[in-house]
Design a binder for this molecule. Structure first.
Ligand SMILES: *Cc1c(COP(=O)(O)O)cnc(C)c1O
Length: 399
């Protein structure tokens, strides 16, 4: 099918949740490139919203998925699953977690983390501890409860009544957070770097104070690492950047390298809150998704992708700062590793994203003035040079 045939089918049969999409349909990808149905080649600096960490069609992931599909796609969690146990092991051996539960998406993993926090206190006989403090501008997912946790009214207001027990305060404002704590507070849930709302990193000093507050008051600290996990910030997990360990953290986007999988990861003492029958999933932790996850984790560790992200992102920030100076069209650059929020001096984010797209480059945008860039973690300095050239050209073209 060509693009207009696909568009016609989409308009007729697909629920209109995504509005007018970027006018392209991709057919195939390799490394950091994608090819559209009309044969045009694109360079992907958005990575499926932080999903394709190893780029497209990485041979390890392709082989893992092909081998597993040829053997067995699915079996239920009534039985033991080798790749599930091994993926849980590799996550625990490389993080502060002792136990893992697999879900199918980021929202579902966060939903699991919220349920785990509540049941943990119930089993301790502290059933009054039911409430969560989250941040304004956060994003935690699209289920009713994770949309409630999300500190952006546009995602939850249309769906009232919401799940009870959630309040929101501003990022990096410790006094506001402290003031929001009550006897009912069960957990504080934070993204190490707020991604969806435009790349706002947590301040490490703030994170340390929050950790201390949680310890003093017997509150759990949950990190939503759905976007920051698996090397994105230049650490394997975003909490390492902050120098604090959460009690529970969640993963999804990058973990399967493109195959849907989510994870709830917790310290032993907390994980025991879930006993047989308390939580579950039909598809969560299935052999196919876990084989993909294992391939991603092994490659990320073998190739020391985390160090590479550190080096290449430092190089990219130098280039971006230079571009800010030379063009005067950028007012601020927020980043953590390969998460970039490039704030433009004028309300032209949509225009710039569109022009980059015409030139064969994929990036995202937030609101009217932030370019959101999330390249695959395998990019090299020369890919950064190519991006800077096209971004420079595009910014200069702006009137
Ligand atoms: C993308 C994202 C989610 C939601 O993940 P889904 O797989 O779309 O459900 C949750 N939290 C954060 C921080 C995210 O970036």
């Amino acid at each position: 099918m060509n693009l207009s045939e696909i568009q016609a089918l989409d308009e007729k049969y697909y629920m209109n949740t995504f509005g007018k999409r970027t006018p392209v349909a991709f057919e195939r990808g390799e490394g950091i490139h994608l090819w559209a149905t009309d044969g045009k080649k694109y360079t992907d600096f958005f990575a499926g919203i932080a999903v394709n960490v190893l780029g497209h069609s990485h041979p390890d992931i392709v082989k893992a998925v092909q081998d597993q599909a040829g053997k067995m796609l699915h079996c239920s969690n009534l039985y033991y699953i080798e790749s599930q146990a091994e993926l849980a092991q590799i996550i625990c051996e490389n993080s502060c977690a002792d136990k893992v539960f697999f879900a199918n998406s980021g929202a579902e993993a966060n939903e699991g983390a919220i349920k785990l926090a509540r049941i943990y206190f119930k089993k301790k006989g502290q059933s009054e501890k039911t409430d969560f403090i989250c941040l304004n501008k956060s994003f935690h997912g699209r289920t009713l409860t994770t949309a409630t946790a999300t500190g952006q009214p546009k995602y939850n207001k249309p769906f009232t009544p919401l799940t009870p027990g959630f309040t929101h305060v501003n990022i990096n404002d410790f006094e506001a957070l402290e003031a929001a704590v009550t006897d009912k507070t069960c957990a504080i849930m934070l993204e190490p770097v707020q991604g969806e709302s435009g790349v706002y990193p947590l301040d490490p000093d703030y994170a340390k104070k929050v950790r201390q507050l949680c310890d003093e008051k017997g509150i759990l600290l949950i990190f939503d690492e759905v976007q920051t996990g698996i090397g994105r910030t230049g650490c394997l997990f975003g909490y390492e950047r902050l120098g604090v360990e959460p009690d529970i953290f969640t993963l999804a986007k990058a973990l399967g390298g493109g195959v849907p999988i989510g994870a709830v990861c917790a310290k032993d003492a907390i994980a025991t809150g879930f006993e047989p029958g308390d939580h579950g999933s039909t598809f969560g932790g299935n052999p196919l998704a876990c084989s993909a996850g294992l391939a991603v984790m092994r490659r990320v560790l073998i190739d020391n992708i985390v160090e590479k992200v550190g080096e290449v992102s430092t190089y990219m920030m130098e280039k971006l700062e230079a571009l800010k100076k030379s063009t005067g069209k950028i007012s601020e650059i927020r980043n953590a590793g390969h998460m970039y929020g490039i704030v433009l001096a004028s309300e032209t984010a949509g225009v710039v994203r569109g022009k980059l797209f015409e030139k064969g480059w994929l990036v995202g945008s937030v609101g009217t003035n932030v370019l959101r860039v999330l390249p695959p973690l395998i990019i090299e300095n020369k890919d950064v040079d190519d991006f800077m050239e096209v971004l420079n050209e595009t910014l200069i073209e702006l009137v």
